[in-house]
Design a protein around this ligand. Structure first.
Ligand code: HEM
Length: 404
């Protein structure tokens, strides 16, 4: 436990660090990767370039520091990040490295203002925060490894099948090479794939939501081919699309994530997705349809048009079997879409539409998609009086804020 003086120093210096946040984290990452280039095997190079991860990690350390005497308060946030860390394979021995270079960043940027007393206090505080993550993650590693079909770290999977779902989205059906049991998962969870790309110095790790219900002998992911092969994110998804054929072996970590459908609740469910954000939603849909076909589900999907609308037939077939109301929004329908009547509404999902078409009083809302979509859905639901405990969402990439 930290003494009161240390706590006071931490709390009084948080604003200073936040003010110099960007500079400190830039120095921190630069120095850390210079001295530990092997960490580039874990960190997402695309997020590094855009500075998103810099802000996410250090920002969370400062946010946690504000609650240093009551870390319980931020346990939900720790939990969410710990899922990501566990999925990536972050280990206790990584924490002192991050701590060392974060402290170095603080010293370098603040110069004389960073007195020994301040540095000492932050060293202690970082230790307390890191311990909180390490212990939550240890439990997660144990849980992932101990369940039937579970494992620790990365396990080789063979691509048993590839299915083109739209012009931009392809599904990969993955089966464990060892032929042994496959851990179950909660609909909405994701896996990490660790890829070695020929000619690349470092491995790339990316998360993909599982897109089918649990309980099968495979995991399915449905990957969007990101535009621009030059961007590292595009590099990975393009590699999967262009170079990973049936029979290829991929390294996969066990399912993780705290965004999942609560199958215990008997309230109606509204699943909203934009673009490739539909992947966790289809997993949820398929799960409800199998477990509880009488449950009232509304599946709302927004896509640009029919060419990029993935898993269309699968969702329609599920909707026909269970008590599912499926609504398709196209923002820019093609002539063919119009002729084949393949969508229900033209344009975006609006507050007005939700108000007029959805029972907002009881349902739980789950949504996933691009940031503007998420912001619009979130603010509409709030404005329509949907309580926070019924709003569940997930972002792609580092956490961002939904506030405008
Ligand atoms: C992701 C915080 C320690 C590696 C993240 C995210 C946060 C975060 C907020 C974004 C989560 C998300 O996108 O959902 C922290 C904090 C740490 C810490 C507060 C220390 C107390 C570490 C350590 C490592 C690490 C020790 C490994 C050396 C990563 C990686 C990601 C990540 C690789 C994924 C994002 C990317 O690849 O750009 N962390 N982290 N973190 N963290 Fe940590």
């Amino acid at each position: 436990m930290l003494d009161q003086k240390t706590i006071d120093i931490i709390k009084s210096t948080v604003p200073v660090l936040e003010e110099h946040g960007e500079q400190i984290t830039t120095v921190f990452y630069k120095r850390m990767f210079e001295n530990h280039p092997e960490l580039l095997n874990i960190f997402n190079h695309a997020n590094q370039k855009q500075g998103r991860q810099q802000r996410a990690l250090a920002g969370t350390v400062y946010a946690a520091a504000k609650y240093i005497d009551n870390l319980e308060m931020i346990l939900p946030v720790v939990n969410q990040i710990a899922h990501k860390h566990r999925s990536l394979g972050i280990l206790p021995e990584h924490y002192p490295i991050v701590g060392k270079y974060l402290l170095l960043g603080i010293k370098e940027v603040l110069g004389d203002a960073a007195t020994d007393e301040i540095i000492h206090a932050w060293t202690e505080a970082y230790g307390v925060i890191a311990d909180a993550f390490i212990s939550v993650e240890a439990e997660m590693y144990d849980e992932a490894a101990s369940q039937n079909g579970g494992w620790k770290g990365f396990r080789p999977f063979i691509v048993a099948n590839r299915v083109e779902e739209s012009e931009v989205i392809t599904s990969f059906y993955l089966k464990p090479v060892d032929g042994k049991a496959l851990a179950s998962f909660k609909p909405g969870q994701y896996i990490s794939i660790k890829l070695e790309i020929e000619g690349e110095e470092f491995t790339h790790i990316r998360q993909y939501s599982l897109s089918d219900a649990p309980g099968k002998d495979y995991y399915r992911i449905s990957v969007k081919k990101e535009a621009g092969i030059e961007t590292p994110d595009g590099k990975v998804s393009n590699y999967l699309h262009n170079s990973v054929e049936e029979g290829e072996v991929l390294q996969i970590s066990a399912p993780a994530g705290d965004f999942f459908l609560d199958t215990e609740r008997d309230t109606p469910v509204v699943l909203l997705s934009g673009g490739v954000g539909l992947t966790p939603m289809v997993s949820m849909l398929n799960t409800v349809a199998e477990l509880n076909p009488e449950k009232e589900v509304t599946f709302i999907h927004a896509a640009l048009n029919g060419k990029v609308h993935a898993l269309k037939e699968e969702v329609a077939a599920t909707a026909a079997k269970a008590k599912v109301n499926s609504v398709v929004f196209y923002d820019q329908p093609t002539e063919e879409d119009r002729q084949s009547n393949s969508f229900d509404v033209e344009g975006y999902i609006t507050k007005k539409w939700l108000k007029e078409n959805i029972d907002l009083d009881q349902a739980d809302f789950y949504f996933c998609g691009p940031v503007p979509f998420m912001k619009a859905v979130n603010s509409s639901l709030k404005a329509l009086g949907v309580t926070e405990d019924r709003i569940h969402f997930e972002f792609f990439g580092p956490m961002a804020s939904l506030e405008a």
